[in-house]
Design a protein around this ligand. Structure first.
Ligand SMILES: [Zn+2]
Length: 392
């Protein structure tokens, strides 16, 4: 906060909120600090958020939810992030230098491919997986040598897993680390089967890097707290109660170039009902990621229904469905796109999905369910299971 006070934007906000760096003595005190919104970042840009005399690598967020935002990543932050990432992978049994396959949100150019190769990793841009040639090349590579870890965007890894399983094949890996998008139950099941290994969740954002990662022993998500402070809060910024779903706020403790303090990253998560993980490690426990803030369906009575809940029930009643997207328009109507395997039940499955969603959401008109060959991905290669334009 002392660094942030040298930036006019923060200085004014702290004054308006009557809070000074010396006032923050305990973790609970941070709830007095104003929340940084995404539109603040859009408006300020690097020029408005940069602390005097600082420098760093210019980074941008993906822009999948509107305007791109720019910020700096100083060397100190990158070192702490790299260390946190490596520790997380080591917990899962994948040591630095062993062969890893990475399916990334960010484009993989010559420089990124070379950087990955130097660490004995093969890096692929997630959207390229929809190209069956790329997917087949990956499958051949996976069958040729066993990676210590397969990690990356969950829906892209799922495509590879389904391609294997549909051919009755598997490609064993040491471990699978899923991130970039929610780890939905059908993604986890298919990856476990196809890669013959446990699958763990990774939660990161483009602006802050790794926020939390699943523990192999206790199965909690741990926050690499040396560099990140993560909160789950109500609309007024106060902490969510255990089991309550709130907004995720992240404070980057190692970015003195463009400080992000209580940044509302645009995700919702459920606050944990316990503060300690059974593994005994001291890193704080995060809770569970519920989804992007705009990726919830709104029922007629105003309740929010998240992607995990929708997918879990839809897939249990419609076996032919490989993947899906539910779009809710501004009036609350639902249009569902489904990728289906050929089966005798494709049509009846679509009817069952429509009936289920009509009962759950009670939209103003009957839900339409359409079979498609592909579902459009975000520029980072993510499949948004729910896209909602309904008032929130
Ligand atoms: Zn643990």
């Amino acid at each position: 906060m002392a660094t942030a006070k040298r930036i006019a934007f923060y200085d004014e906000r702290f004054r308006a909120a009557r809070v000074a760096p010396g006032d923050i003595r305990t973790m609970a005190d941070i709830s007095h600090v104003p929340v940084l919104e995404r539109h603040d970042l859009e408006r300020l840009g690097i020029a408005g958020l940069r602390s005097p005399g600082s420098w760093g690598v210019r980074a941008t967020s993906s822009g999948s939810l509107g305007k791109r935002v720019e910020f700096l990543w100083p060397l100190e932050q990158m070192r702490w992030l790299d260390a946190g990432e490596e520790r997380a992978r080591a917990w899962l049994g994948s040591e630095l230098g062993t062969w890893r396959l990475e399916v990334r949100c960010r484009p993989v150019g010559m420089a990124q491919a070379l950087g990955a190769a130097l660490l004995n990793a093969t890096a692929v841009h997630a959207p390229s997986i929809v190209d069956s040639g790329v997917a087949q090349r990956l499958l051949r590579e996976l069958e040729h040598r066993r990676p210590s870890m397969i990690w990356g965007v969950s829906n892209a890894l799922y495509v590879v897993a389904v391609a294997l399983l549909d051919e009755g094949r598997t490609a064993p890996a040491g471990v699978c680390w899923s991130g970039g998008n929610l780890l939905l139950p059908h993604y986890r099941r298919a990856m476990e089967q196809a890669f013959q290994c446990p699958v763990y969740e990774r939660y990161a954002t483009m602006e802050t890097g790794l926020v939390a990662h699943e523990c192999p022993e206790g199965r909690s998500l741990h926050v690499p707290a040396e560099g990140i402070l993560a909160e789950i809060v109500r609309a007024d910024g106060s902490p969510a109660a255990p089991g309550e779903i709130g907004d995720v706020l992240v404070t980057c403790l190692r970015n003195h170039a463009t400080p992000l303090i209580r940044y509302r990253v645009g995700d919702r998560a459920m606050a944990p009902d316990h503060n300690h993980c059974s593994c005994g490690r001291g890193l704080p426990v995060f809770g569970s990621v519920a989804g992007r803030t705009h990726d919830f369906l709104r029922t007629r009575s105003g309740e929010l229904v998240g992607p995990r809940e929708v997918v879990d029930v839809v897939l249990s009643v419609a076996e032919s469905v490989v993947d899906m997207q539910v779009i809710q328009d501004a009036q609350g109507k639902l249009n569902v796109l489904v990728i289906q395997r050929d089966s005798a039940h494709t049509e009846s499955d679509r009817e069952r999905i429509a009936g289920f969603l009509d009962r759950l959401i009670q939209p103003p008109e009957q839900t339409r369910v359409e079979r498609v060959a592909q579902i459009a991905l975000t520029p980072g290669g993510k499949l948004r299971t729910i896209m909602s334009l309904a008032d929130s």
